[in-house]
Design a protein around this ligand. Sequence first.
Ligand code: SF4
Length: 68
Amino acid sequence: MKKSSKTDARRYCANWHAGKCLGAMMYREDGELRFVMDSKKVGKDCVVDEGCEYFDNVVIPGMEDNGR
Ligand code: SF4
């Protein structure tokens, strides 16, 4: 898993809140944007520098898509 920096999370992740994670994991299903709360992340320190699957699999591809 690629490790990103907290600067990346602060700039690009909608879950970043003053260094803590809001824990809203967004995904698309049947053409609708949905989210579930990840109780392991809610209110905890952002762990992007230790590896965050959500950041790697959702945030980064979303940033790349926006460049099209
Ligand atoms: S832990 Fe992941 S989802 Fe939460 S703020 Fe950090 S990068 Fe975003």
